[in-house]
Design a protein around this ligand. Structure first.
Ligand code: NAI
Length: 468
């Protein structure tokens, strides 16, 4: 073994979990290699997930505004037309720039970024099969698994990335589908459905549960459905897909709902029914790294150590929501644990955002969870129709809702739907992280006029409830 092949840490995967961990470890003085099988670092999030979808969400939002939102502001434009190819090129440039930044971050931090497919050989060795066919063996004190996740498949709907696509395929359609069927009314379905709907597709979301985005607070989920209904998105709830037949013109989908069957034709179909941990081919069974046989998640302790003490795991392959910011936080915490430092991720204050328009954001417990756990709570809400900035902007849909403990007033959950709540949620996260009460938020002076005043007003509504 040569000295160049020996590291303190070998990270497998360069997504938000892996690259953040590698950069942190290097910052703490460790020697680090990060192995990535794709040509570019950044993982799903940067290459085919969060970033390209947000680039298209932003572009399609502007297009929708130009099409129908400007006249209310007294701005007349004549028939804006879509140049999809430029929109896609711009999205690719955003991805290129950000993956380039990750490469610079790693290489600038003296992390060896190696392209190849990694397999764990034993507790301290990783074999890397390079794209040129060469094999190298890396030795490390610690190994960090950060290999992410892949889409779940629905039996009978095989992905061909043309007619039946994953989110990756739905980010690069070369023309707007006339009709787009989306299986799964979760994060991906609602975000990419919004993109193609704004660009002109007739979108139908097929969801097996009685509500969309079921993990949201019920009031917010219902408000989101109402607003997407108004935008023209069609929903088939409590409906499952039994099979699909692909032809050269489209896809015929067989649906079942309430014991009745029917078939519907779509130009294209996006399947977005969740993702599962990607651990195949990593050699984990041989090394003795334990997994949950039901979910496929790698089992870790509070320090992200697997059943083999020198091997750690973070991100989508360990339990918890499959969110980039959760993955990066775990990456940092795992490296701090390796370095013998204090490390912790507070899962009670992990925010989540759905980038529809209006946006949805939440942190902490939902009203349904509070009821199920028998926790006494008080709810206060404030609508954006009462918010001055929202009026000025003409974006008055939505509300902010705060749930606080009925006896201590400690904030237990904050849920929002409205303009740019993806930015507003940070204040709620910070408040909860600091153990704030709704009174703390209500007494905090907020700039006027801003959207964030809606949070202060919702806190005021909680205060009035508590004084009743
Ligand atoms: P998801 O878990 O958000 O939604 C999947 C939906 O499909 C659920 O509502 C589920 O009830 C439904 N479903 C499952 N099987 C079905 C079937 N056979 N027929 C009809 N409906 C079915 O998963 P999604 O949207 O695929 O996203 C994957 C992951 O990516 C999520 O865990 C999410 O955390 C992450 N993500 C996060 C984003 C964000 O933070 N803004 C954006 C996009 C994805």
């Amino acid at each position: 073994m040569t000295a160049e092949n020996t590291y303190d840490l070998v990270v497998i995967g360069s997504g938000p979990a892996g690259y953040t961990a590698a950069a942190k470890a290097s910052g703490l003085g460790m020697t680090v290699a990060c192995v990535e099988k794709a040509p570019r670092p950044g993982g799903v999030c940067l290459n085919v997930g969060c970033i390209p979808s947000k680039a298209l969400l932003d572009s399609s939002e502007i297009y929708a505004m130009a099409k129908s939102g400007l006249s209310a502001h007294g701005i007349r434009v004549t028939d804006p037309t879509l140049d999809l190819s430029t929109m896609m090129t711009r999205k690719d440039q955003v991805v290129e720039a950000l993956t380039g930044q990750v490469r610079k971050l790693l290489e600038g931090g003296r992390v060896a970024l190696l392209q190849g497919t990694a397999r764990v050989m034993d507790a301290h060795r990783v074999e890397v099969a390079g794209s040129d066919g060469g094999i190298s063996i890396l030795e490390a004190k610690f190994i960090l698994l950060a290999t992410g996740s892949v889409p779940v498949t629905v039996p009978g709907l095989e992905f061909d990335e043309d007619r039946i696509v994953t989110s990756t395929g739905a980010l690069k359609f070369t023309e707007v589908p006339k009709t787009l069927g989306i299986i799964g009314g979760g994060y991906i379905g609602l975000e990419l459905g919004s993109v193609w709907q704004r660009l002109g597709a007739k979108v139908t979301v097929i969801e097996m549960l009685p509500q969309i985005a079921a993990s949201l607070d019920g009031q917010i989920s219902r408000a989101l459905k109402r607003t997407l209904d108004k935008q023209g998105m069609a929903f088939r709830l409590k409906t499952t897909v039994t099979r699909a037949a692909v032809s050269k013109d489209g896809v015929k989908i067989s649906l079942e709902s309430g014991g009745k069957s029917e078939s519907v034709d779509f130009d294209r179909v996006l399947v977005a029914v969740g993702r599962k941990p990607l651990t195949t081919g990593l050699g984990l069974e041989t090394v003795g790294v334990e997994k949950d046989p039901k979910t496929g998640h790698v089992r870790v302790n509070a320090r992200y150590q697997t059943s083999v003490s020198s091997i750690y795991a973070v991100g989508d392959i360990v339990p918890g929501p499959m969110l980039a910011h959760k993955a990066s936080a775990e990456g940092i915490a795992a490296v701090e644990a390796m370095a013998g430092l204090f490390s912790e991720v507070n899962y009670d204050t992990l925010p989540s955002v759905i980038y529809t328009w209006p946006e949805v954001a939440g942190v902490g417990l939902t009203e349904e969870q509070l009821k199920a756990r028998g926790i006494p709570y008080v709810a206060g809400a404030y609508p954006f129709s009462g918010n001055a900035r929202a009026r000025c902007m003409g974006e008055t849909e939505g509300l902010v809702k705060i749930l606080s403990h009925a006896r201590t007033d400690r904030v237990l959950g904050v849920h929002m739907i409205g303009p740019r709540v993806s930015e507003m949620i940070a204040e709620a996260v910070m408040s909860m992280e600091m153990g704030a009460s709704s009174e703390d938020i209500a007494r905090t002076v907020h700039s006027h006029p801003t959207f964030s005043e809606a949070l202060m007003e919702a806190a005021g509504a909680v205060q009035r409830q508590l004084k009743k």
